[in-house]
Design a protein around this ligand. Structure first.
Ligand SMILES: [Zn+2]
Length: 145
């Protein structure tokens, strides 16, 4: 909750009054737990997008609150830009859609962020032998033996 929703919770790292494993809630829970994900987008607009999209990921069809079979965790929906802001996309209903964490992550990889080595290696490990060999051949051609 500290990391994802911004709850102000102290542990023994923060104060000597607490023993390891003890937690103290230092302030009321934040009113907008998803604020980090909706920077600049009003709660009203967010609600409109989720309502229009039936609280369902517009890429894979998972619904908010379902258990995601890929991650084993509850599906959380984020707002994704259809046209990325760096390409002039706006924070408006027509340019926003509901995306689950997984698809939101994937969309980011496609549009803005380069894939990390960890992510790439995970994909290569998941791939079939022929595809792994194709990757190997491509790397060998590019970088030599
Ligand atoms: Zn999805």
């Amino acid at each position: 909750m500290r990391e994802q929703e911004g709850w102000l919770i102290y542990t023994n790292n923060d104060t000597q009054d607490l023993k390891p494993g003890e937690y103290m809630l230092m302030a009321d829970p934040p009113e907008k737990p998803d604020a980090a994900f909706v920077r600049g987008i009003s709660q009203k607009l967010r609600a409109e997008v989720l309502d229009r999209d039936g609280s369902t990921c517009q890429m894979c069809g998972k619904a908010a609150g379902e258990i995601d079979p890929d991650t084993g965790r509850k599906v959380r929906l984020h707002l994704g830009h259809i046209v990325d802001k760096i390409y002039g996309g706006k924070d408006e209903l027509s340019n926003l859609r509901a995306l689950c964490s997984t698809c939101n992550q994937g969309a980011k990889n496609v549009t803005t962020e380069k894939p990390s080595a960890i992510w790439l290696l995970a994909q290569v490990r998941r791939a079939g032998l022929d595809d792994q060999k194709a990757v190997y051949e491509w790397l060998r051609t590019k970088y030599g033996d």
